[in-house]
Design a binder for this molecule. Structure first.
Ligand code: SAM
Length: 239
């Protein structure tokens, strides 16, 4: 791929997959069918894009780097030159499948952004840093459990699929990676989404506080919830 003349841009989290075995495993995990509609976030030099295009008729990509986007467009890929953090994913018809080897520097805000579109996606498969995947799937009362776990677990069933070592990328990142699958839960949480975001943010803003103190509720109001007042946010399941 000699026409990618520019060196990788660190500030855009550019670590390009070059291990064909990892690409094969990732494509096998996605298991694309010809009629699937796939959106790839951060296609980069197309390591994942090309094998996916061999299997599906409809693939669009969102890439912030104009040069990389132009190179893929020249190959016939429909690329939106945009910031995935700002992108309105509701432009895609429901049932879309979202995939990507995500830029690690924005992975957490990007996951919060994508969670808002859970009712429109069929599933999502992402390569992320291992530590973030561990936080996504963490159980209550473990050190990894926090705001990301709760916000995603209220919208998705998630599965950590396999680990990927740094050597699979050029340049290698400083961290280990893992592939995760997110499948939307049948029913969204039975409360207002913005309110849920707000309560979870407040709850985890001071991890050492009890839930009652973190939310600043009067004892009698908290008692009405029927939750043990000694519990911290990290001890409670998303439900
Ligand atoms: N998918 C390619 C691969 O596996 O080799 C590239 C993965 S690289 C880790 C992340 C890609 O996301 C880069 O191409 C980078 O330019 C792009 N990117 C970074 N920030 C982005 C953003 N905010 N919105 C869309 N794409 C972004």
């Amino acid at each position: 791929m000699s026409y990618f003349k520019d060196p990788p841009k660190k500030q855009l989290g550019q670590h390009f997959l070059h291990d064909p075995g990892v690409v094969r495993r990732l494509v096998a995990a996605i298991a694309p069918a010809p009629d699937d509609r796939i959106v790839e976030i951060g296609p980069g030099q197309g390591a994942l894009t090309r094998p996916l295009l061999e299997r599906v008729r409809q693939l669009e990509a969102i890439e912030i780097d104009r040069d990389l986007a132009a190179a893929l467009s020249a190959e016939g890929v429909k690329v939106h030159v945009a910031d995935a953090l700002e992108f309105d994913f509701s432009v895609f018809a429901p049932g879309v499948r979202i995939v990507g080897n995500l830029p690690y520097n924005i992975s957490t805000p990007l996951l919060f952004h994508l969670a808002r579109y859970a009712d429109r996606v069929r599933d999502m498969h992402f390569m992320l840093q291992l530590e973030v995947v561990d936080r996504m799937v963490a159980a209550p009362s473990t050190p990894e459990y926090g705001r990301l776990s709760v916000m995603l677990q209220t919208r998705f069933r998630m599965e950590k699929l396999f680990r990927v070592s740094a050597g699979a990328f050029r340049p290698p990142p400083q961290v280990e990676s893992a592939v995760v699958r997110l499948v939307p839960l049948g029913a969204p949480p039975g409360c207002d989404a913005a309110r849920l975001e707000d309560v979870v943010r407040k709850a985890f803003s001071a991890r050492r506080k009890t839930l009652r103190n973190a939310l600043g509720l009067a004892p009698e109001d908290f008692a009405a919830l029927g939750i043990d007042p000694k519990l911290r946010p990290e001890n409670l399941s998303p439900q």
